[in-house]
Write a protein that binds this ligand. Structure first.
Ligand code: ADP
Ligand code: ZN
Length: 713
């Protein structure tokens, strides 16, 4: 069964392997068990129910909360030759009729439906359809504990009553245990199998910049974007006003930026979202409302302009970057003003205690001096042993020092001002400012006035954040946000104990290695002509079919094409993300561009002497990989040259490339299949266990021995 699943994965999606957990989940669903799947965003949840729906005879009904997402998902499925449709309020009655008829006739494999519609139809339409599986996407929406509760989801608890024998698969990217238990309970799942994938997203870099004022953040962000031409990103802000201000600042620099928040009319929001998805906007400045409804796989970076409210939200938001698996960057800015604002919000709701605690964990993450990924993952219950090497702390290990004296300066100033001032005044006093208000209060007369003049405002702010995090001071939210010295603070002040501080990060330059890593992509995305040409072609298809570009091929697929430079259909089909259907639709056009750009010819046959060039290098004992590198061709191509050269007799033996056992396996495949049109048939027959180069070599051996005939020679 799993072999069949793997061949569907290759045929429809063009992927060679399942990601961790996908195969196990599929097996369980096929065994008719109820299943709960927890996987991070981008982990590949959809395939867990899409492949079973292809394997099963009838229909899979998918409950999804967002209308805009349904359309994209259905478009993506159709583009992979999987018949899918959706039912929601955006359709006309004619369109609906049409879809229902198709479902009844068994012409649809996946039917997406909104929760409220599902509830309406439970006694009507659904009882007539040949349903084999219910998939509940974004299942955390059912839990009032979760961060995205949707009342209409609670009705789904009747699903099991109505359809006790139809298995349910519930999927979410929310990891917290309460929500997880709640999903099982609310959906009345029967002894479900629960799969929890690792929440690690190693392709996302993590960095935090603390103590930076909004104005400087904007400057910083503009520089950051200047380095990332054409790379899409999202900037999350706390307030609507900030999103607009930021958008204006970016636009003034010629950056294509839009803004998105709940206060804008829905047409405007939809337009921004569509323009972003279709690469017409590079940047969206948004409140947290943005992103739920998008499935754009090539978001290359996410910035938090302010501290997020909790780690769950933060992780979900940064998770919108890099869904295609390519390296992507995330930055979080914050300062004390953010902290004050968020604490105020958290205190207001009726879940104040929980929310404050969650905010505290967020703050600890932001102030951490150890690998940030370790902290994040431990929050989700995982315990990685190694430092990640892809966060600002790993790349720039923090240096501790005895900060007792510094802390004493600050605390003694606070004490002398009777703990009545906030951060700004405290820093102004320490730095010996002559601001009017300071003088009016006579703070210029206290002993520690100017005692910290050697340090900048930003550095002092970072120290104060550390002191807050160490519990040496606290903010009195009910007394005008003045700073109070805690008991442990007093111990430091009176030299009863020391305070360990961390050297502040001034301006964190992008680490050279990361720049180099990214440079590779930047070069591929901007400098590389082939990539650009492929991208243009993709855009043409996207425009003419009115689809987002990434549904045609995602960035990872285009990049692989640009680096592998496939020349033939077989080679093109080895590119991850090129399935049979997409090849038939777009493959030839992309191959033509590659031929033209790489070989300066517009037709199908490669230059005659291309074989000779390979032969010369081969005779110099270069490996196929080296030859590929030297010739700037793909390794697969070189293997096909070697096979031809072997058949022509220019190369005497290729046995070192393929074992007798492997040749035997290919022989079995050839005997079973009969006439072979494409290498892929053999590849699939062997369950993708032999790569194309081996298959090609084996076929050449068989042909040479007269055991196989391509009919070409
Ligand atoms: P999620 O719903 O968990 O956020 P998706 O199902 O949208 O994630 O998958 C994220 C991306 O990963 C999609 O572009 C998808 O096509 C791709 N993907 C999923 N499974 C695989 C796989 N086995 N190999 C390669 N890419 C995959
Ligand atoms: Zn790290």
């Amino acid at each position: 069964m799993i072999l069949q699943a793997a061949s569907l994965l290759k045929k429809h999606y063009g992927y060679d392997q399942f990601r961790p957990m996908q195969a196990e989940v599929i097996q369980c669903v096929m065994d008719k068990k109820d299943v709960v799947v927890l996987m991070p965003t981008g982990g590949g949840k959809s395939i867990c129910f899409q492949i079973p729906s292809l394997l099963l005879p009838g229909l899979c009904v998918v409950v999804s909360p967002l209308i805009s997402l349904m359309k994209d998902q259905v478009d993506a499925l159709n583009s992979n030759d999987i018949p899918a449709a959706y039912l929601n309020s955006s359709l006309s009655s004619g369109e609906e009729e049409n879809i229902i008829t198709k479902c009844l006739k068994g012409q649809i494999k996946l039917l997406y439906i909104s929760p409220e519609r599902l509830v309406q139809e439970m006694n009507r339409l659904l009882t007539k359809l040949p349903i084999q599986l219910f998939a509940i996407d974004e299942a955390h929406c059912i839990s009032s504990w979760g961060h995205d509760f949707r009342p209409e989801y609670t009705q789904l608890k009747f699903l099991k009553e109505h359809f006790p024998s139809i298995p349910v698969i519930a999927l979410t990217a929310t990891a917290d245990k309460t929500t997880r238990r709640d999903i099982v309970k609310q959906l009345n799942l029967l002894n479900p199998e629960v799969f929890v994938a690792s929440f690690n997203r190693p392709n996302l870099s993590l960095s935090v910049k603390s103590g930076i004022k909004p104005k400087e953040r904007i400057k910083d962000i503009i520089e950051f974007i200047a380095d990332r031409e054409n790379e899409a990103g999202i900037i999350y802000c706390l307030s609507r006003a900030t999103t607009e201000k930021l958008r204006d600042a970016l636009k003034a620099k010629g950056i294509k930026a839009g803004c998105y928040h709940a206060g804008l009319p829905s047409e405007e929001r939809n337009k921004t979202q569509d323009d972003f998805i279709n690469d017409k906007l590079q940047v969206v400045c948004a409140t947290v409302a943005f992103g739920m409804g998008i499935d754009k796989s090539n978001v290359r970076w996410v910035i938090h302009f302010n501290l997020p409210k909790n780690i769950e939200g933060y992780y979900q938001e940064i998770g919108r970057a890099g869904r295609d698996g390519l390296n992507s960057d995330t930055i979080l800015y914050y300062n004390i003003a953010d902290l004050i604002m968020l604490t105020k919000f958290a205190q207001e709701g009726n879940l104040a205690k929980i929310n404050l605690e969650k905010l505290r964990r967020m703050q600890q993450f932001a102030e951490a001096d150890m690998c940030r990924r370790k902290i994040l993952l431990s929050y989700f219950g995982e315990t990685p042993q190694e430092n990640c090497g892809n966060c600002d702390v790993c790349e720039n290990p923090r240096q501790h020092f005895d900060g007792t004296l510094l802390v004493q300066k600050a605390l003694s100033a606070l004490m002398r001002m009777e703990e009545k001032v906030g951060t700004t005044m405290l820093i102004d006093v320490l730095r010996g400012s002559s601001k009017g208000e300071l003088i009016e209060h006579g703070y210029n007369k206290i002993k520690t006035y100017g005692a910290g003049a050697d340090l900048s405002f930003a550095i002092w702010e970072q120290y104060i954040l550390q002191m807050l995090n160490l519990g040496l001071i606290e903010i009195a939210y009910d007394e005008g946000f003045s700073l109070k010295i805690t008991e442990s603070g007093k111990e430091v002040l009176y030299s009863k104990r020391k305070a360990d501080l961390v050297q502040p990060q001034i301006k964190i330059a992008e680490p050279i290695e990361r720049k180099a890593k990214r440079g590779k992509y930047a070069e591929q995305s901007t400098g590389n002509d082939l990539f650009e040409a492929l991208r243009k072609l993709r855009k043409q298809f996207a425009d003419s079919e009115k689809l987002p570009a990434y549904i045609i091929f995602n960035d990872a697929t285009l990049r692989e094409m640009a680096s592998e430079k496939p020349l033939t259909e077989e080679e093109m089909l080895t590119i991850s993300g090129v399935g049979q259907h997409k090849f038939e639709k777009y493959g030839q056009a992309f191959l033509t561009i590659i031929h033209e750009m790489c070989y300066g010819i517009s037709a199908k046959t490669p230059k005659v002497n291309t074989y000779e060039e390979t032969l010369i290098l081969y005779k110099q004992n270069s490996s196929p990989k080296d030859i590929a590198l030297k010739r700037n061709l793909s390794v697969t191509t070189i293997y096909s040259h070697i096979a031809q050269l072997y058949l022509k007799g220019d190369i005497s033996s290729i046995e070192h490339f393929v074992s007798i056992e492997e040749v035997d396996r290919v022989k079995t495949a050839v005997n079973a299949i009969g006439k072979i049109e494409k290498l892929k048939e053999v590849f699939d027959f062997l369950n993708a266990e032999l790569d194309y180069s081996k298959i090609r070599m084996a076929l050449a051996c068989l042909e040479k021995n007269g055991e196989y005939n391509t009919g070409k020679n």
